[in-house]
Design a protein around this ligand. Structure first.
Ligand SMILES: *Cc1c(COP(=O)(O)O)cnc(C)c1O
Length: 392
C-alpha cells in the first residue's frame, strides 16, 4: 500500500498510507492514547530528537492514527506534508500566526470566522491585515510592495461563487516575495489542486467536504515541509490538535471523497440548469453554467464545478425566506459539504452581521439562497426546490 503522485485522486484517498498495520488491518486503528512508552532513554531520545519517526505524545500530533491521516491528506493536495487540526479555524490561526506576521492580504469574500479573525483579532496582536474585494485587485501590488508577505483567498467564494485566477495571483505575489495560501474548502481537492497551480499552502475546513457527513469538526494545512515545519510548534503549543477518534473518522470519510464530490458536482449542475429555467428564479450563480462570469476560468483551473450554488429568488429577501422555510429536503443550516442538502440565506446567517451597504458592496443580495447539494436523488432535490418556489 503505497502511493505516488502519478496515481489518481481516488486511489490516493484510499491507499494514502505507506506503513502497513502489523495486524494486517486495511486501516490504521484508533490509538486512543495520550502518550507512548519506550524501551530505553536512548530509544526515547531518538524520537524526541527527530532521528527516527515515532509516536510520543498526542497533543504534539505524534500518534499513529494522526500520522496516517496526515499522509493521506498530503496526498490529496499533492503536497509534501500536511498537518491536521481540531477545526478549520485552528488550521487558519496556525497558518496566519506562522506565515502572516508581516502582513496578510485577504482577497474577495471569505468565511465569516476568517474575516473576524483578520479584521478584529489579529490586529490586536499588531498583525497588519488588508481585506480587498475582487474588483480591487489592482491594489494587490501596492499592498505587497508595502510589506505584506501572505496573500490569502478562497476560490470559488461564498456565497457569490466569485473565481480568482490562482496561477496569475501566485505569479504576482511571488514576484514580490510573498506566499500564497488558498482556503480550498469549497472546491475540495477533487475539484481544484491549488499547489499544482502555484499556491504555496492550502488550508481546509475538513468539517465540510473532507468529512462529508456533517458529523465531525476538523481542519488541515498542506504544503512543503519547509513551510509546514514552523507551523508545528504553533499547533503544539496552541494545543489545536485533532483527536485520534476524529482523525480515524476523517480518514474513513476520505476513502469516499472522490465519489461523493463527483456526485455532488453532477447534481449541482443539474439543479443549476433546472433553476435557470424556473420563472421564479432571477439568477443562478454556478461556475458550471456557460454564461456564468467565472465559467472560463473555472473550466481552466478546476476539474469539476463543485457542489455549491446560489440562486436569487424573484421578489427579494422576503420571497427568499419563504422559499428557505418551505424547503423540505434542504435543511435550513449554515454548513456545507455533507451527504444531506442544506440551504442558507446569507443575509440571515453567514452575512447577517454586515450592514446592508456592506452586503451590497460584497455583491450579496437579500434574495440569495446558497445551496449545498448533498447526495440525495437529484430529481427529489429539484422537486423540493420547485414546490418551495411555487410558494414564493
Ligand atoms: C467552515 C469554514 C471554515 C471554518 O471551519 P471550521 O471547521 O468550522 O473551523 C473556514 N473556511 C471555509 C470556507 C469554511 O466553509
Amino acid at each position: 500500500m503505497s502511493t505516488s503522485s502519478r496515481q489518481g485522486m481516488a486511489t490516493r484517498a484510499i491507499h494514502g498510507v505507506s506503513s502497513r498495520d502489523p495486524q494486517g488491518s486495511p486501516h490504521t486503528p484508533i490509538y486512543n492514547t495520550t502518550t507512548f512508552g519506550f524501551e530505553s532513554t536512548a530509544d526515547l531520545l531518538e524520537v524526541v530528537d527527530g532521528n527516527r519517526p515515532g509516536s510520543l505524545y498526542t497533543r504534539y500530533g505524534m500518534n499513529p492514527t494522526i500520522f496516517a491521516l496526515e499522509e493521506t491528506l498530503a496526498g490529496l493536495e499533492g503536497a509534501e506534508m500536511a498537518w491536521a487540526f481540531c477545526s478549520g479555524m485552528a488550521a487558519e490561526t496556525a497558518l496566519f500566526l506562522t506565515h502572516g506576521r508581516e502582513g496578510i492580504i485577504c482577497m474577495g469574500d471569505a468565511y465569516g470566522g476568517t474575516l473576524e479573525l483578520l479584521e478584529s483579532q489579529l490586529p490586536l496582536l499588531g498583525i497588519k491585515t488588508h481585506l480587498i474585494l475582487g474588483h480591487e485587485l489592482d491594489r494587490l501590488d501596492a499592498l505587497l510592495a508595502d510589506g505584506a508577505r501572505l496573500v490569502f483567498f478562497e476560490t470559488p467564494t461564498n456565497p457569490a461563487l466569485e473565481l480568482f485566477d490562482i496561477q496569475a495571483i501566485a505569479e504576482r505575489a511571488h514576484a514580490q516575495g510573498a506566499l500564497v495560501a488558498i482556503d480550498n474548502t469549497f472546491a475540495s481537492p477533487v475539484n481544484q489542486q491549488p499547489l499544482a497551480l502555484g499556491a504555496d499552502l492550502v488550508v481546509h475546513s475538513a468539517t465540510k467536504y473532507l468529512g462529508g457527513h456533517s458529523d465531525l469538526t476538523a481542519g488541515a494545512l498542506m504544503g512543503s515541509s519547509e513551510l509546514l515545519m514552523p507551523v508545528w510548534n504553533w499547533r503544539k503549543n496552541l494545543g489545536s490538535m485533532i483527536a485520534p477518534e476524529t482523525a480515524a473518522l476523517l480518514a474513513r470519510s476520505l476513502r469516499t471523497l472522490s465519489v461523493r464530490v463527483q456526485r455532488q458536482n453532477a447534481s449541482a449542475q443539474a439543479i443549476a440548469e433546472a433553476m435557470l429555467r424556473h420563472p421564479r428564479v432571477e439568477r443562478v450563480l454556478y461556475p458550471g453554467l456557460p454564461d456564468f462570469p467565472g465559467h472560463d476560468l473555472a473550466a481552466r483551473q478546476m476539474q469539476g464545478f463543485g457542489g455549491m450554488l446560489t440562486i436569487e429568488v424573484k421578489g427579494g429577501g422576503e420571497a427568499a425566506t419563504r422559499v428557505a422555510d418551505r424547503l423540505q429536503l434542504f435543511a435550513l443550516a449554515p454548513s456545507l459539504g455533507g451527504a444531506e442538502s442544506l440551504v442558507t440565506q446569507p443575509c440571515t446567517t453567514t452575512h447577517h452581521g454586515l450592514s446592508p451597504e456592506e452586503r451590497t458592496r460584497r455583491g450579496i443580495s437579500d434574495a440569495m439562497l446558497r445551496l449545498s447539494v448533498g447526495l440525495e436523488d437529484v430529481e427529489d432535490l429539484i422537486t423540493d426546490l420547485e414546490q418551495a418556489l411555487e410558494g414564493s
